[in-house]
Design a binder for this molecule. Sequence first.
Ligand code: ADP
Length: 335
Amino acid sequence: MNNFQAYIEAIPDAAVLLNEENKIIFFNRRAQSFFGLKKKKHLDRNILQIIDNPQLKNFLSSRDIEKKISRGIDIQSPANSSLFLSLSLLPCTNNTRFLLARNVSKIHRISKMRKDFVANVSHELRTPLTVIKGYLEVLEDRLIDDKTLLFPILEMQHQSQRMENLVQDLLMLSKLEANADKEVDTDLVQIPSIIKSLIKDVKHLRSNKNQEITSDIDNSLLIAGNEYELQSAFSNLINNAMRYTQENGNIHIEWVKKNKLICFSVSDNGEGIAKKHLHRLTERFYRVDKGRSRNEGGTGLGLAIVKHILNHHHASLEVTSTIGKGSKFCCLFNA
Ligand code: ADP
C-alpha cells in the first residue's frame, strides 16, 4: 500500500476514486461496508451499474462539483438500509474525483424523531383547538351584550386563532420536510393567474390599511412545480409586505424574466430590515420585532416555509432591504 492509499484508508469516510466515466479506480475499506463494494468484483466497473440509485445518478451526472462539496446529498446506504450516508464529491487530478460518504445515521435518526414529534403534536392539537373555537363562537353570540365577559371571549378567540395559524404552519413545514427529497411535478403551473388571484384576495382581506398594490406580470411565463406550494410561498411574501408596511404604503409585485432566471418579487416601502438580520430571516421563529409580528398575526414561520418551498423547486430567495425605505424579497427560478 502506498502513502496515498494509506492516507485514504485512515480517513473516517468512505472514499471511492472515480474516473470521468464513473468507473471505480480505487476505494477504501469503509466504502466496502457503506456501498457494498468488493475489490475483486467491482474495480474498473461503472459505479452506477453497481449501485442503482437515481439520486446518486443525478448527483454524479451534474457538472456543478463546486456546489456539491458544500451541499452534498443524503442517501440510504445501498448495502445496509439502517445506514444514512451524506455524499460529497471532491475533484482530484486527471479528471478523477473522489466520491466521499459519511455515516450520518445518528443525525438522521434524531432529525426524524424531531420531525415526527412536531408533526404529531401539531396534528393532535388540531381537534381540541377546533372544539375550543367552536364553543367560543357560541359564547360570543350569547354574551354580545355582556361587556365584561365579551372582552375576554374575544381575546380568547384571537389567541386560539393564533394557535391555529401556528399549528397550520407547523404542519405545512412538516409536510414540506417529508417531501423534500421527492422531485416536484413537471406540470406547468399557471403562475400569472395565481398571482393575480392572490392580489385580489389580499386587497379584499387587508383593505383597512389602504395600501396600493401594483404589479408587472409577464403572462407568458410559466414554470413547472407544485401549484399549492408555489401559491403558499407567494402568498406568504405578499402578506408579509402588507403586514410590515404602514398604512397608505406601496407594494409592487413582479413576475418577470431577468437574465436567465425567472423572478417573482415583492417590494414594499415599509419599515425595512437591518442588514444584521437578513441572513437569519428564514430561520424558524426568527423575528426582527417579536411584538410587531405577533400583533400583525405572524407565526414566525412564514419565511421558513418559503425557503423550504424554494429549495424543493431548486430556486433561491434573495432579500434586499434598507431601514426606513423598504424591502424586496425575490424568488429566483431557473428558466
Ligand atoms: P412572521 O410570521 O413573523 O411574519 P416570517 O418568517 O414571515 O414570520 O418573517 C420573519 C420576520 O421577517 C418577521 O417577523 C419580520 O420581522 C421580518 N419581515 C418579513 N417580511 C418583511 C417585510 N416585508 N418587511 C419588513 N420585515 C419583514
